[in-house]
Design a protein around this ligand. Structure first.
Ligand code: ZN
Length: 151
């Protein structure tokens, strides 16, 4: 029987990564969607009646899962899930490490995608450029068919 090596704890994501992928929202409480820990603000306002007391009761029973913080949690969005900024699971670090390890391939990919989009935009620009003359042709045909309108 082989023993599974203990998982090495992840370092927190960098400030740059956290800023880049910030959900730009905060809340008085929130659950990390990577590990299930719930963080809640120690401020007494913004809660429904009894809500803060309920969270504190849960924290007393399960201090590793319900954590009272100074201020409310912020969030980082990665892979369709919220990570609570500062949560000890540090889940976004795996994504950051992958991005950084493949940064040159990712840069090439972004350049290729941007080039494709640029070609598409140029085609669209050319098509749109002809619209005013097409409209003039349509108007001219109407005048030919209906004759000039009398005022
Ligand atoms: Zn977490």
């Amino acid at each position: 029987m082989t023993e599974e090596a203990p998982k090495k704890p992840l370092n927190p994501p960098s400030d740059e990564f956290t800023e880049a992928f910030s959900a730009r929202i905060g809340s008085i409480s929130g659950t990390c969607e990577f590990c299930g820990r719930t963080y809640f603000s120690d401020q007494g306002y913004g809660y429904d009646e009894g809500e803060l007391e309920e969270l504190r009761r849960k924290a007393a029973e399960n201090p590793d899962k319900f954590i009272e913080w100074e201020g409310g949690p912020g969030f980082v969005d990665v892979d369709g899930r919220h990570w609570v900024v500062g949560c000890e699971c540090n889940a976004p670090r795996r994504y950051e490490d992958w991005i950084w390890a493949h940064r040159w391939k990712i840069a090439d990919y972004l350049k290729a995608r941007a080039a494709g989009r640029m070609a598409e935009a140029k085609e669209f620009e050319a098509a749109v450029r002809d619209i005013p003359s097409l409209l003039e042709n349509v108007q001219a045909r109407r005048v030919e068919n209906d004759g000039p309108k009398e005022v």
